[in-house]
Design a protein around this ligand. Sequence first.
Ligand code: CA
Length: 495
Amino acid sequence: MAERTLLQFFHWYYPEGGHLWKEVAEKAESLAAMGITDLWIPPAYKGATGPSSVGYDTYDLFDLGEFDQKGGIATKYGDRAALQNAIATLREKGLRVMHDVVLNHKMGADELETVQVRRVDPDNRTDIEEDAFEAQAYTRFTFPGRNGTHSRFVWDMKCFSGVDHIHQPDENGIFRLINEYGDGEWDTEVDEEYGNFDYLMGNDVEFRNRAVYDELIFWGEWLAKEVGVDGFRLDAAKHIPAWFFRDWVGHMRQSINPELLVVAEYWHPDPSVLRTYLDRVDQQLMLFDVALHHRFHDASQAGEDFDLRTIFDGALVVSEPDYAVTLVDNHDTQPLQSLEAPVAPWFKPLAYALILLREKGLPCVFYPDLYGAHYTDTGHDGGEYTIEMPRIESLPKLIEARRKYAKGMQTDLFDTDDCLAFIRHGTETEPGCVVIITNRNATQKSITLGSEQAGVAFRDFLGHRNEEITTDENGTADFTVEAGSVSVWVRADSL
Ligand code: CA
């Protein structure tokens, strides 16, 4: 994936009002020029909270901002015409579009049904009470505002395995719906936290119902035909049976495009768990490198106490380099969100250098790091917080450096705890670079590039250092870096 750079073009607090599809179309040209190749866009269909939905509360997969449902026609990001214009514009500029797909659950059902349920222990989901009882639950989705357009499928209690709320008795919890699928048990091939992590939230989709399975295949093909698809980001994969995505992604590759870029969100730091998942899905998709994100968070918190030589310990990009999508932050890890573990701003240029300029991994850039973000929300302690996510000034240059200089073989010089360097040797036609990073004081490292690089002048592509450094007759020089910073040294004659 050396030639590709992914951008997550949204964050949790992106403003409401239908601006995003318009903004991404306007920025398409500049993103392509910078070196972005693939755009991860937010869920494009109607969520249960309508125009204020971020998109992870799936209501109607077939309503791309086209029907008056859940309080408006457009989604938070705009209407269907704006979405189609955005995708067409991005593709015109040579960018590929990756759709965010939330298939684990649905929310905001239209009608109550009489159902049979059994109570589930939330801390051990395999502990399901023996006795079933009758209740009312919101499990019927008829999509009255769409009225059968695009699909006539009605979702009902047979399409779900569990709910978190029942009426009569009025109760919150986790309730296993009793229907003909799964013999009363949760699905297998899901994460093992809480005994069985099939159930996450809302109405949990029952993939063992063949009609549901067929409808979701029909939907994927419909989406590609109607608006265009170059890839998928699969939400909540650890709550969805692996066999389903193995089949579904296989179908999509066959019917849409064998080259689809597919990345699943299996949010787990243990590479052996991710390895098992990759095996179960026949290696048909990539996974986010959760462990590396946590290393970046820890390093940014520890400051100069962190041993930089351990930065890649446990990372997926080390154990499964061909299947790792590397990231610094995302919409779940940003401040005040559910998996909050943000990487401090001072460390972000270092972290981005470590995902953008290396040989392995498909790097994913996060919207606020490129454009900044400012928002207010309630924190985990109930207090109100205003968050300022500053634009990372050197990020556009780092993305450009990936396109121009992250070329050829890589040599690592991870020899001191406070200063890492690596060399990209370039190819016959493309120049390489020397990347040097420190989490302590300004420093330098003696680096030998070989006699073919003797007497060559280098400059810092990021402009953090101003001097010119010239190698001696052996191709050796002392390459410098500012305190808590990164420099990307490139041949002066390549600038
Ligand atoms: Ca599930």
